[in-house]
Design a protein. Structure first.
Length: 255
């Protein structure tokens, strides 16, 4: 009876470990796919892909990467940030204006397309001040204050997101924009927009999960999940070895 019990426990643990290994394999495949997409700049315009590739070969110094690659955005804010940035998510941040000029010269000479660069030493964007800023019911905050990035990227992020506010829903966004005489752009959590000047942009959005902004978060989450499962699997394998020894010892007693 001891042998049968030990054998049953061993089989159950082996099945559990195989299931964990399969789950880890699936997640790892997804991680590698996203990592390759990010590395190769899939989805970016030709010029951006070429600049990233050239930089990866250490031939374009002073390139920091795209705006999307330089941001960390909470999932609940991703739609708003995607909409707020639009094509600017593909802008390439550079250390200096000289770095940007060198990259532009290379793009032109090699006929590799066009790119908008954000040189950190030339960008100028003052933080909005005064009493006429969007506030009150529905306002979540200024968008640049709701995303994470390295301090050195502040000039670029302030330039792109510093005059955009986030609201919970469109009706509140319109009301708060009216109070400020439509001086600032307000984006909602689901990606609707009240533009500076009073126009509105909105509608449905594709929920593909493959946006530039979401990639980094997805990679981080997948990496954490892979590490968690690996730890669980390692412990499970140790337990399996112990059960295997117990099974062998039970058989030896009957021999």
């Amino acid at each position: 009876m001891q042998v049968e019990t030990a054998a049953q426990q061993l089989r159950e643990k082996q099945n559990a470990n195989r299931a964990l290994a399969a789950e880890r394999g699936q997640i790892l495949s997804r991680f590698k796919l996203l990592e390759e997409m990010e590395k190769e700049g899939q989805g970016y315009a030709q010029g951006v892909r070429e600049v990233l590739r050239r930089h990866s070969q250490d031939k374009l110094p002073g390139i920091f990467g795209t705006v999307a690659q330089s941001l960390r955005v909470d999932k609940e804010y991703e739609a708003a940030v995607e909409v707020a940035l639009g094509g600017s998510a593909q802008n390439v941040i550079t250390e200096t204006e000289r770095s940007a000029q060198d990259a532009i010269r290379w793009l032109k000479n090699m006929d590799k397309g066009r790119v908008t660069f954000l040189p950190l030493d030339t960008l100028r964007s003052a933080k909005p001040q005064g009493s006429g800023l969007p506030k009150g019911k529905g306002i979540v905050g200024r968008l640049v204050d709701l995303v994470d990035f390295e301090d050195k990227y502040l000039p670029a992020m302030e330039f792109l997101l510093g005059r955009i506010w986030l609201a919970d829903e469109l009706s509140n966004a319109v009301a708060r924009a009216r109070e400020t005489d439509f001086r600032y752009r307000i984006v909602t959590l689901d990606g609707q927009v009240v533009n500076a000047g009073g126009s509105l942009t909105g509608g449905s959005m594709k929920q593909s999960g493959g946006g530039f902004i979401s990639r980094r978060r997805q990679l981080e989450e997948l990496d954490k999940e892979i590490r968690r499962i690996s730890r669980e699997l390692s412990a499970g394998e140790e337990e399996e070895n112990g059960l295997h020894r117990a099974w062998e010892e039970a058989k030896a007693v009957l021999a």
